[in-house]
Design a protein around this ligand. Structure first.
Ligand SMILES: NC(=O)CC[C@H](N)C(=O)O
Length: 372
């Protein structure tokens, strides 16, 4: 044993280090997915978090060039029960260890991940640090309790300047709060013409793009940390069809006057059941969020709940009663799946088509009344 995880309450888990030989702190969370470690560690929503993977063997199919959700992982560490250093898969290019070394991210193997997960489930997420066995753990725990966590994750994860991904279909302005590439991919598959813009782009600049709709992406941190994006959404509401995913969902709710709060240990995994209220149908979804929209705060808003989490009853989807806007807390772009929720991208497309038709009808009506 040569590395340890120290938690802010003083608990210590000793294990074997892998990946980069560095010490990093972060919020310790767990993900229950059996596969998808490459997508998880490269999902910018995990920025500044140390992720415990509850599936007991990780790394066995390696890392490939295609499955990254972003090119620069922002995760603070990976914790596993057992890591495989000799992966076997026809698509693999390198091992998990090699990737973590290259990206300067520490890994910790050989600890009781079930015990750690049960602790987080009972007491909520905690701050922790992966470090050498030689350091004074009481000192590390004190430092973890006293340091103020950063709140600039979205600014670090978002694109710094706009860029265009041309397509022949509907034009989507994609507000990048720390976007997973899967979202872009899902729009490209539907032939969209996508302009990705930074999280703090003002509404006027977005309107100037003459987009057919706006998608607000997933992203890290607390949604209340980015009032700029909330203001942009407020100004766009009713002018263009709007679709919010995960952080984007929380931001739409805040823009409409609702509130959000932190869940005790969040939802992170790839088999979370969600009920669609209109049909009663259950979708199996991929989730990764630590915050939720407060149900009682919806009373004062024009929002309606469309989807609910079957496990804990929290809100998973919202729609606006008058504006063309809807959002979901989970991931329709999920990779490696499940794909039950992919229809939501088609609904967004449908909303953009309807919006264009309504506008055309409006223009015709104005022209006709002008002739009279
Ligand atoms: N995946 C996301 O977009 C996460 C949203 C937000 N950072 C949360 O933890 O709730």
């Amino acid at each position: 044993m040569n590395k340890q995880l120290v938690l802010e309450d003083g608990t210590v888990f000793k294990g074997e280090g892998f990946g980069a030989d560095v010490s990093l702190s972060g919020e310790v969370v767990f993900n229950t997915g059996m596969t998808g470690y490459q997508e998880i560690l490269s999902d910018p929503s995990y920025c500044d978090q140390i992720v415990t993977l509850t599936y007991p063997l990780i790394g066995n199919y390696g890392i490939n060039r295609d499955d990254f959700e972003s090119l620069a992982p922002m995760i603070s560490g990976v914790i596993v029960r057992e890591v495989e250093h000799e992966p076997s898969h026809w698509r693999k290019q390198e091992s998990l260890h090699d990737l973590l070394v290259a990206k300067n991210i520490p890994g910790l193997a050989g600890i009781d991940t079930r015990m750690l997960t049960r602790k987080i489930r009972m007491h909520g997420t905690v701050r922790g640090r992966i470090c050498d066995l030689t350091v004074d753990t009481t000192e590390v725990a004190r430092m973890l309790r006293e340091e103020t966590p950063r709140r600039d994750q979205v600014a670090r994860a978002s694109a710094k300047t706009p860029y265009h991904v041309p397509g022949k279909g509907k034009r989507v302005a994609l507000i990048d709060c720390g976007m997973k590439h899967g979202i872009l991919q899902s729009l490209i598959e539907r032939h969209c013409d996508v302009i990705v813009v930074p999280y703090n782009t003002p509404a006027e600049d977005i309107l100037r793009l003459r987009a057919d709709g706006v998608l607000v992406s997933n992203g890290p941190g607390d949604p209340t940390d980015i009032p700029e994006t909330i203001e942009t959404i407020k100004a766009l509401l009713g002018k263009l069809p709007l679709f919010g995913i995960c952080l984007g969902h929380q931001l739409l709710a805040l823009a409409c006057g609702a509130t959000t709060s932190k869940l005790s240990f969040g939802h992170r995994g790839s088999n979370h059941p969600v009920r669609q209220l209109a049909s009663g149908q259950i979708e199996i979804t991929s989730q990764n969020h630590g915050y939720t929209v407060d149900v009682h705060s919806l009373m004062e808003t024009n929002l309606e709940v469309t989807h609910v989490d079957v496990n804990d009853g929290t809100i998973e989807g919202l729609t606006h009663k008058s504006a063309s806007a809807f959002s979901i807390q989970y991931h329709p772009e999920a990779a490696p799946g499940p794909h039950d929720a992919g229809y939501l991208f088609d609904e967004f497309l449908q909303l953009m088509v309807q919006h264009v038709e309504t506008r055309r009808e409006e223009v015709e009506r104005i022209c006709q009344s002008a002739q009279m």
